[in-house]
Design a protein around this ligand. Sequence first.
Ligand code: GDP
Ligand code: MG
Length: 439
Amino acid sequence: LGRRINAAVTDLTRSQNLDEKAFDSMVKEICNALLEADVNVKLVAGLRQSIRRSVNFKELAPGVNKKRVIQKAVFDELVKLVDPHAEPFKPRKGKPNIIMFVGLQGAGKTTTCTKLARWYQARGFKSCLVCADTFRAGAFDQLKQNATKARIPYFGSLTNTDPVAVAAEGVEKFKRERFEVIIVDTSGRHRQEDALFEEMVQIQQAVRPQQTVMVLDASIGQAAEAQSRAFKEAADFGAIIITKTDGAAAGGGAISAVAATHTPIVFIGSGEHLLDLERFDPRAFVGKLLGMGDMQGLMEHVQSLKLDQKDTMKHIASGVFTVRDLRDQLSNITKMGPLSKMAGMIPGLSNAMQGLDDADSAAKLRRMIAITDSMTDKELDSDGKLFVQEPTRMTRVARGSGTSVREVEELLTQQQTMATMAKRMKGGMANMQRAQGAM
Ligand code: GDP
Ligand code: MG
């Protein structure tokens, strides 16, 4: 998709007469590419209208970089579509916050509810899991294994086959034990069916969740609209989590689900591992959907600054991004300024820097660099996974850098985001480098 959009933009800028017709054909080309990425047909039509409205081609001053203006319009419109415009659910300390997961079988509920419990655990909430999936054999075993790995307390039953009773019992137990985040995993079905919806509603009535989350597989495609609408009608959910964003799917279906249900995406799953959960970042998400998005802008900017990027560029071209790469990027960023803008171009970092002014961002960056300065060479050159295998490493680094384990984890999450990006960009970057004859 990214390649097609880039091609469309390049064709336009190459043609000598940048007229309305060329503009129209480029918009059309981009919209076709979006359709191919499973963005809903009606949405694409709307997008086309707004791009036409927002870019007045004839009135652009001669000196203006038209390619940039159009690229930005496409990017901005898509961001507007998925931007939640609302605060995500915030659990309250000292209270039981019940979160219920719904979604089809295989969507990633069980995997994601453990990730989310761990996420809140790491942020100081006493978190636990309740397995209300009595439908699929082995469901409780799977949750048990995940929870044990993450050291999250769990509840379930091998004998009781009534999901409503098990859910109610588990939630009651953990409420009594003063847990703060209680996540209820439910069963799915291969398809939407009445039995599933009835079960969902009954569990919802029994446990009265503060938040119901629908889990959607990024590869859902055009079915996303109908499916999310049906789930929304049955069990009014207040948040969406998109899983498997590390896969090949362009994720256009996710956009349709948001538009059809007016429900924000709060997190995305970016891998099978426990730490592969990221707060949803509209700009990064659209960047991925469009192929390179802001990353390309960032690379161009970095190249223009003639900073030492050789190793990182080589790494990205081969689909790798180590902790040291993140460290080098961080220290380069401090040279580039204005920080808030630069950081916003890096997926993962834009989250961390949200709401901070330049002075705060600079302080934050210094802390992050301090963290990496406390790492060994082996750790710096790793893909970051060894910190998860041996969590005491995080404790050591936090102590050594005068920061917290949470900050170390945050940094590693950002590095993981970049590593996922690098994996996806492997081919594209190699082409870019060949084209530039560099390195
Ligand atoms: P459930 O039926 O909805 O509970 O789905 P599961 O949690 O059992 O997940 C189904 C499969 O998807 C499992 O093999 C998971 O490891 C995998 N999975 C879940 N989330 C992700 C993700 O973000 N990325 C990848 N690559 N795989 C995932
Ligand atoms: Mg499951």
